[in-house]
Design a protein around this ligand. Structure first.
Ligand code: DGY
Length: 326
């Protein structure tokens, strides 16, 4: 661990892009995890207790015990590097009187781009093709070789029409000529530049989609929202795309649906229990798997770090958080 001079102190659990680390150092006295190896719960608790703020990421479980340790020490703020906060015990933070912020907005485009990447990769069999070529098993062009399915004219069903869901719909409708249907708990009325039909029955959305892309936050309400029953309602050629959180899909049911041919394939960037991957997912046919890369561009990861800095600056200046969660 390396530590620089005075100002409010902040414990940062992982390395950040250079520009974001530099901005943090300008206003804070940060302790970075120089090794970038995941920290244990005890290390995070100790770090939070001895700093004014904690800047964790999705790969840290911020439990009630860590929160209690932070609050009993000098911890006052959890400034999350990321938009999703399902890894933080928000009730415990609220009860302990701690503030929590996140980084919405800046990762919308990168995550939407990655959802489209997965849609294209799985439907055009890009992963299979690359593996075949690298294995020296490509024996030349032929009319029936690795035929996939096109996006144009297909129906994209979106679950969760927030910022990222809308950005995916925008790209799919205007860039690829897809028809958009979506499921969202509240009524969505601000879509003007493309046609999109809100469907209140989730089961109907599953049955009508050629591509089903999940963009809802992980919560008790959305846990396994795509379950066995809904997977069975999907068409045999349909694809599941997940750039949200592993918890929103019943992975065991997804694996069964893939292996039995009940659905056409899946493009997954997030997993239950990641970075551990259910072994049957690795052998499932027509599946493209990425290691949680949704926001992984230099521009986006830098902007996420700068958002942490802005929120922490506002907080320690006695102002309202820019992106309050708690
Ligand atoms: C987030 O911000 O929640 C992402 O999953 C990390 O990119």
């Amino acid at each position: 661990m390396s530590k620089t001079s005075a100002k409010p102190t902040i414990f940062v659990t992982r390395r950040w892009p250079d520009a974001a680390e530099a901005a943090l150092k300008q206003y804070f006295n940060p302790t970075f995890n120089d090794s970038d190896v995941p920290l244990s719960a005890a290390q995070i608790a100790e770090g939070f207790a001895s700093h004014d703020a904690l800047a964790p990421t999705v790969s840290d479980q911020i439990t009630a015990d860590i929160i209690a340790a932070g609050a009993a020490g000098s911890g006052r703020l959890i400034a999350n590097f990321g938009v999703g906060v399902n890894h933080i015990d928000l009730d415990a933070a609220a009860s302990a009187g701690l503030a929590v912020s996140n980084t919405p907005g800046v990762l919308t485009d990168a995550t939407a781009d990655l959802a489209l990447t997965l849609m294209l990769m799985v439907s055009r069999r890009a992963g299979e093709g690359e593996r075949e070529l690298r294995a020296g098993e490509w024996h030349g062009w032929r009319p029936t070789h690795l035929m996939g399915r096109s996006l144009s004219g297909k129906t994209l069903g979106i679950i969760g029409m927030g910022r990222i869901g809308k950005a995916v719909a925008h790209r799919a409708a205007l860039g690829f000529g897809m028809k958009i249907i979506f499921y969202n708990r509240s009524k969505v009325t601000d879509i003007a530049d493309y046609e999109a039909k809100q469907i209140d029955d989730f089961d109907v959305l599953c049955a009508q989609s050629d591509f089903l892309s999940l963009h809802c936050a992980a919560s008790a309400d959305t846990f396994h929202i795509l379950n066995e029953d809904r997977l069975q309602r999907m068409q045999n050629h349909a694809y599941v795309i997940n750039t949200a959180r592993g918890d929103v899909i019943d992975e065991a049911a997804l694996v069964r649906a893939l292996h039995s041919g009940n659905i056409g394939g899946a493009g997954l960037d997030v997993f239950q229990g990641e970075p551990d991957i259910h072994p049957d997912i690795l052998t499932a046919p027509n599946t493209v798997l990425l290691p949680h890369l949704g926001s992984a561009t230099v521009e986006t990861r830098t902007a996420m770090g700068l958002k942490v800095v802005e929120n922490a600056r506002a907080f320690f200046a006695g102002e309202r958080l820019i992106d309050p969660v708690v």
